[in-house]
Design a protein around this ligand. Sequence first.
Ligand SMILES: [Zn+2]
Length: 217
Amino acid sequence: VTITDKQSGSSGKVTHKVCPECDLIHEKVDLKSGRAAHCNRCGKLLYRSQPRGLEFALSFAICGLAFFVVANLTPLLIFSMGGNSSANLLVDGGIAFLQTMYWPLGLLVIVASVVAPFAILCLVVLLLLPLRFGYVLPASKFLYRLIMHIRPWAMAEIFVIGLIVAYVKLADFASVSVGLSMISFVCMVVASVIAISSLDADDLWARIDEVSNNGRA
Ligand SMILES: [Zn+2]
């Protein structure tokens, strides 16, 4: 929560930050790059200085989308057994579940590993790319809230662990090789985590205000 008091301060603008843990109000100060501010009372992290955080978020979201495309179009695991070999796509596991009585699980796997990560990356790009070119989308606030709502559904990290377990187990029965998809998928997960953690709400609102004011001037 940021409160802006327009009556005080030398620049006419003093920003306050309320501790999310104990509600103590702190005056926001400019930090050196990479430093973090913590609550005086309970020590909870208040904010971090990420001068180019939004640019970071946008770049990693675009990288994540590129990895997403590769991860979904190339084979995930290639099995060879008795002269036969078969390759699986990322989405095949979920689709296989959909055709059985475990279809809700299949739906969950597809949402958590494909739909939600893709939606988040697209929304981050949609939110930040116009801002980068000096244009504020009227739906910016809605997009940000949507990202935060979808975020808990993107459990691609857990899916990666599941894949590694499956790989180790299957390696006993058949010759299994890892396809390009697996590597791209792991890169996509890492890019998404960096993009989301760089997307700071305070920085975003400040940038939106700055761009809107420039547009009006
Ligand atoms: Zn506190």
